[in-house]
Design a protein around this ligand. Sequence first.
Ligand code: HEM
Length: 504
Amino acid sequence: MPATAVAPKQPAELLTGFPPGPKGRFLIGCLLECRRDLLGFLTGCARDYGDVAFFRFMHIPVFVLSNPDDIERVLITESAKFVKSRDYRALAGILGDGLLTSEGEAWRRERRLMQPAFHRENILRYARVMVNHSERAISQWRDGETFDVHEQMMRLTLEIVAECLFGADIRSHSGSVGEALHVVMEGFADYARLAMVVPRWLALPRTSKMGQAVRRLDAALYGIIRERRAAGKIASSEATYVASGAGPNGVGRQRSGGSDGLPPDLLGLLLQAADESGGTMDDRQVRDEAMTLFLAGHETTALALSWTWYFLGQHPDVAAKLACELDEVLAGRTPTPEDLPRLRYTDMVLKESMRIYPPAWAIGREAREPFQAGRFLVRPGTNIFISQWITHRDPRFFPDPERFDPERWRDDPIRRGVLPRFAYFPFGGGPRVCIGAGFAQMEAGLILATIAQRFLLELVPGQSIPLLPSVTLRPRHGIRMRARERTRRKSTVDSPRATSPAAP
Ligand code: HEM
């Protein structure tokens, strides 16, 4: 054979055994390792055993896939071979059969019904709600005051999603809803973990605090749904909206919306959503979707912002550059969605923060058909674990991965093909990509721009900020920060105060 000839590539033989991975213990598999340090354990799996690693969680076989090409196949090209993993299914005890937890034809129908509510022209309407709540929140802040920034962001994004979902109707129920929601949020992760290994009815006893809170929330949600249906105001206010459309920034034409002058809320859009055959959602379905959006729609965005403040606190140079961009583009004005494309650095900061601390840090699937991962056969019934935490920190794609550097995102390396599409996927991908991604990106951008124009947040020195990887990636004990009021440009921006970094 001439020296230059290339031998035809033989297809690699498909291996039916398990890929390499930590051995674990009899019966419990790697349960103890997962409980001790879940993130460290999973990172170690990928580092020590490669792109396709394997372990058992109790009796459940789990493949850990960390190569962007495999991730793309699971989420997009071969997504039909998978359903969501059993931990998602466990959430159905609380969320019902909403978009996040449903499967098959039911999911397809729900997604078709709900997608229009998240079209750009519909979500633009909520920009004003987002900015108004942010301004109201910071109007309470005083120069030098310290607080838990995660608590602040949770409250803010909850108020926003509540108003976007239910409009003014939530106010009459806000006391009971707020308290019940707090209990549900607190218990959500523990419940999900428990419900993976015991039947749902056992994990959510109707007498427990959590069960009672879910019932109280249900009572409020069904109450609002019935009032709406009885008032019959949805269709008419909506019709006005569809006919008039939102203005270019969704703000200017809101007055032409509902009879009360407020923009129609997501609940209104859900109540009037109809599929091609005219089918609509019954009360139970609307409740499940509303509960899903309520819970899925605020903690993740709050976390994206909390971690961003944390990084800005550690990197005063980045905070100064961000403030500079805001001063240049907004010059003290309230931000609108039209400003966001020009706030490029603001976007890069948010992207980089979600790279290092992805709010949704893992995606689970269960194979329903055979699937090939690397050279290994994944059998039906096997769990697939894909983690933004692992892949976003892969040094092959992000050199010096733990370094917070928004410059990585200059000129969109994914669009230029410098990075593989699924090296970075904070919102998932494929048919089950986050339906709220556009909403969340607009919300995070507007909140960050509104607040960072007025305040610099410094980390209170001497605190440790351990992570709590539950359904989302939380700061276990919050993040204490000190608010410093900015004076535009010169004084604060040109000489940012140094902060003592606190390590997670
Ligand atoms: C920074 C904020 C957010 C992040 C990082 C995030 C992340 C994700 C991810 C990774 C998924 C895919 C899960 C999977 O494939 O198994 C997802 C799905 C979903 N998200 Fe988000 N999300 C965010 C904000 C929101 C918001 C604001 C809403 C609603 C208002 C929302 C509602 C949903 C729903 C309903 C699904 C299920 C979609 C389906 O299966 O069809 N999310 N999200």
